[in-house]
Unconditional design. Structure first.
Lengths: 504, 359
């Protein structure tokens, strides 16, 4: 496809008057005329974008005051300086005017000087944005429940309250030809490797897109390799999780209007870390993390192994299990492949329907779907009892992944494995697994290998991968991120005095 | 779409199409069996199979077929069953008396080559396998397997399965031995002694007591009960002793130009039912009892070894021990010249570990 320069950007070569004329086509564009010191002024703004409180209590009363003072000669500079509002811009640029009036600035035009304009900021950024910033999708039992919201400034504020460091640096880029979304790159200056920052900036600046709906859409645009089901960048709505990525030397991208922040470069292990792991004691945290990784392996392979064993390898079934297995499958008319696909699709339908329905209806659906359909399917001899258990467990296991993007990937991955196993049995699963590993080893996130620290093997970065080591071992930033400062904090040597347990 | 992608997709599609050739064995659409019996009848090989019939909750069925060679035997069996005959879930193989005497090689060979067959308990019977199998029809499908496993685990039968069989059959310096199943006068299946093979042919049957002594001298697991006649303080009684743990060692010693095999047994025993005239708290009684037990075990074991010697069989693997110690070992010359002239000495050491609460 040949890239065409889109001509949606009409401000070029336009005069301010044309801009105003164009804006007046919209019904929510207001104009107020006032007379200050004998000069006619025009106050122009989008009534939907401004903060009416500021407008009615500060801005308009001030103009009225000015109207009364008739003695003085009018001076723009003086007018600008005495306005009791903080963000006032004096400009002649048509582009700037166009941009600012769409951000909730009030445009003031003077009759005696048609080229000079004043832009006064009376916008209200929190307008129309939800109040609650509790995390809704990534839930934790303990630990803070603070998450990001749709407003970029609120998000940066939240981040700055968490990381009160002069190193925290933000860089803003405006993206999207129609949406003009503010996208912010956040990193720790002097810690995050510049290569990553440059990489992010370069990839973001290369994007040409109309509306940036969400950071998750942004991520797809900057993705190096789009032929992969794996998420190459970590996205989270949790403040603590994103602060952790930031401090370990990753670059974080925020975009206005999205409650999800994206961090990179990531490795596959990042998706299995829950911030809760760090709030529990390291033994418990490691156990949970280990369970999660086991659950994922189980989730991907269990139904495929069922198909392989039922179709090809009846020899491996333990003798005591053979009876129940054959009994439960005896009246099922389908081959194991169809049986499994039928149940897997049922679970997918339930999940999809549950996600689209309101919460209250969703719960009912869970009961109807899970119990009624499952039981009925077994009674009608469409599936076997044992498969029902396996598939339900696999579905349950796939939801243990803390990152939703990864849990979706895992659910998708099951299907190729099921199909391979129905064709070639255990060999098929192994071929599928080999292909999957090859694919994973090839993936890169911002030019950092995705499977690090497993491949390339980095033994010193293993401390925070499959197990969550105690805090005094976690004081180093991962080497593969090439941070400029490797030490996070220096744990104190604990004085190991051998004390009698009874020594009070 | 580039040419490269097309090639890759083509490979995947081809793989899938070609994979259609892999035979399906859907678990409820094959005839699985747990117990197979082989025997010989009038120059014909005969196989009997019990289908457990998990799918329909009827009783299991006994099917027999006869043919001249093992391959046609499988075909014959398939003719009589609803689904294809699949041998992968076989747990117990029973060889009839006639077949065991004529040689098992023709049957064991295909078993060794079939990768589907896992660990199979191989047993022989002194009657026909049909009889044994027909007695299991009313039991659970895994009755025979559990019966044999349990006997091996704690009832004085040496370890015996297809892996042990491969070792004994193909290895040099050792002969095969299989547990023997029999149907007693009340019509119940019972594990009764063992059959010792010379090469592929059954050469000798040993009793239950001898089987346990063999287990003591070959296996790591020494669970089992040994009974002996005790003559002490003028009283006479037959006493059963349970061995729980122990060690054995087989050594060669050259004595007067004759090879002597010295077997040392260290056994930990448990005494639970002792007559009241033995007081184990008395050092003298304990010593007398131990000496009597040691002597009895040693004597019985020596007799058993001599029995093996006269029959020319070596289930203990003495040839293997000899091979480990002698450079110029040849199986033929060992069993022709050295084995018949060996003397045996068994030293037993008993440690009484448990006496039960009552004593």
């Amino acid at each position: 496809m040949i890239k065409e320069k889109n001509n949606l950007n009409p401000t070029e070569n336009q005069t301010p008057a044309e801009i105003v004329k164009r804006a007046k086509k919209s019904s929510d564009f207001k104009e107020i005329q006032k007379n200050v010191s004998g000069v006619q002024i025009f106050i122009l703004y989008f009534t939907s974008l401004i903060d009416h409180k500021t407008m009615e209590h500060v801005f308009l009363p001030y103009i009225n005051e000015c109207e009364k003072k008739t003695g003085q000669a009018f001076d723009i500079n003086q007018f600008k300086n005495s306005l009791p509002l903080e963000d006032i811009i004096r400009t002649k640029e048509a582009t700037e005017i166009e941009e600012k009036i769409h951000q909730g600035y009030v445009l003031i035009q003077f009759e005696n000087n048609l080229d000079d304009f004043l832009l006064v900021n009376v916008n209200n950024l929190s307008k129309g944005i939800r109040e609650s910033n509790e995390t809704e999708n990534e839930f934790n039992v303990i630990g803070p429940k603070l998450g990001f919201v749709e407003s970029l400034d609120t998000n940066i504020l939240l981040l700055r309250t968490k990381v009160k460091s002069p190193l925290l640096t933000t860089e803003e880029i405006v993206m999207g030809t129609l949406s003009k979304t503010r996208v912010m790159i956040v990193y720790l200056d002097g810690i995050t490797n510049e290569q990553h920052i440059e990489n992010v900036k370069k990839r973001l600046s290369e994007i040409d897109f109309d509306i940036i709906f969400d950071t998750s859409a942004l991520v797809q645009l900057i993705k190096g390799n789009s032929y992969t089901p794996f998420p190459l960048y970590f996205s989270s709505e949790r403040l603590d999780r994103i602060s952790y990525s930031l401090t370990s030397g990753q670059v974080v991208i925020f975009s206005d209007g999205s409650p999800y922040a994206v961090s990179g470069p990531t490795t596959i292990f990042d998706f299995f870390l829950s911030s809760e792991d760090y709030y529990y004691n390291w033994i418990i945290g490691s156990f949970f993390r280990f369970t999660r990784i086991l659950a994922i392996i189980f989730s991907i392979f269990s139904s495929a192994i069922y198909v392989a064993v039922m179709t090809f390898h009846y020899e491996v079934v333990p003798a005591d299990l053979l009876g129940p297995l054959i009994e439960s499958r005896a009246n099922v008319p389908f081959p194991p492949l169809l049986e499994v696909l039928f149940l897997e699709m049922t679970i997918e339908l339930l999940r999809e329907a549950g996600a689209r329905l309101p919460t209250k209806v969703g719960q009912t659906l869970g009961i109807v779907g899970g119990i009624v359909i499952g039981q009925a399917a077994v009674m009608a001899a469409l599936t076997s009892n044992i498969l029902l258990i396996i598939v339900a467990l696999a579905a349950l296991a796939s939801f243990t992944t803390p990152a939703i993007v990864m849990s979706n990937t895992i659910r998708i991955l099951r299907f190729p494995f099921i199909i391979m196993s129905s064709f070639l049995g255990g060999l098929g699963i192994m071929i599928g697994f080999a292909v999957l590993l090859c694919h994973l080893f090839k993936l890169k996130s911002f030019d950092t290998p995705y499977m690090v620290p497993l491949h390339p093997f980095r033994s010193n970065s293993l401390a925070d991968s499959i197990i969550r080591s105690p805090y005094d071992k976690l004081n180093k930033r991962p080497d593969f991120l090439r941070p400029k400062d490797k030490i996070k904090y220096s744990p104190k040597e604990s004085n190991k005095k051998k004390e009698d347990i009874n020594d009070e | 779409m580039t040419n490269n992608t097309l090639v890759k997709m083509g490979i995947v599609v081809l793989t899938l199409i070609l994979a259609g050739c892999v035979p399906h064995n859907i678990i409820n659409e094959v005839s699985l069996m747990h117990n197979v019996g082989y025997d010989k009848e009038d120059e014909m090989l005969k196989a009997s199979v019990v289908y457990p019939n998990y799918a329909e909750s009827d009783n299991p069925v006994l099917i027999t077929a006869a043919a001249k060679n093992p391959s046609s035997l499988q075909e014959e069996l398939s003719h009589k069953s609803q689904f294809p005959f699949e041998i992968g879930q076989v747990r117990v193989m029973i060889f009839g008396d006639q077949l065991s005497r004529d040689g098992l090689a023709s049957i064991l060979d295909p078993i060794c080559k079939d990768p589907k067959i896992g660990i199979v308990r191989i047993v022989i019977t002194d009657g026909t396998p049909d009889l044994i199998l027909s007695k299991t029809l009313n039991e659970s499908p895994l009755f025979l397997m559990n019966l044999i496993d349990k006997s091996i685990e704690n009832e004085g039968i040496p370890e015996s399965n297809s892996h042990v069989m491969y070792d004994q059959f193909f290895g040099s310096g050792i002969d095969m031995s299989f547990p023997n199943l029999t149907v007693d006068s009340k019509g119940q299946i019972k594990v009764d002694g063992m059959g010792i093979f010379k090469g592929e042919k059954l050469a000798l049957r040993i009793s239950e007591k001898e089987t346990f002594l063999l287990k003591l001298m070959t296996d790591k697991n020494k669970m089992g009960v040994y009974s002996f006649d005790l003559n002490m303080h003028g009283h006479k009684a037959n006493i059963g002793v349970r061995t729980n743990y122990g060690k054995h060692k087989v050594k060669f010693i050259k004595e007067n130009l004759r090879e002597q095999v010295r077997v040392s047994l260290n056994l930990d025993v448990e005494l639970d039912a002792l007559p009241e005239w033995i007081n184990l708290e008395d050092e003298k009684d304990l010593k007398l009892f131990k000496t009597a037990l040691q002597k009895s075990i040693s004597n019985d074991a020596e007799l058993l070894l001599k029995d093996f010697q006269t029959n020319g069989v070596d289930p203990l693997g003495i040839g293997r021990v000899y091979k480990a110690n002698h450079r110029n070992y040849s199986e033929k010359s060992f069993y022709d010249r050295i084995y018949p002239n060996m003397t045996y000495e068994v030293n037993t050491k008993i440690a009484v570990r448990q006496t039960g609460v009552g004593n």
